[in-house]
Design a protein around this ligand. Sequence first.
Ligand SMILES: [Zn+2]
Length: 68
Amino acid sequence: MDTRLAEILVCPVCKGPLSINDQRNELHCAKCALGFPIIEEIPSMLANEARALTPEECDKARVKPAQE
Ligand SMILES: [Zn+2]
């Protein structure tokens, strides 16, 4: 998936940044602990289709502060 796409996408619940999980093909919101599936390159940004993330996944999804 194009990483630039994730940069323009925000969590539909908290409007916060999302991070891509390539292994699961999901977009993760660490704040809400939700994972949004990416189906055929199209992210499904519906809260009711999201999956609850494990604490470990939340940790990985935490978006690092912008730099460089
Ligand atoms: Zn969120």
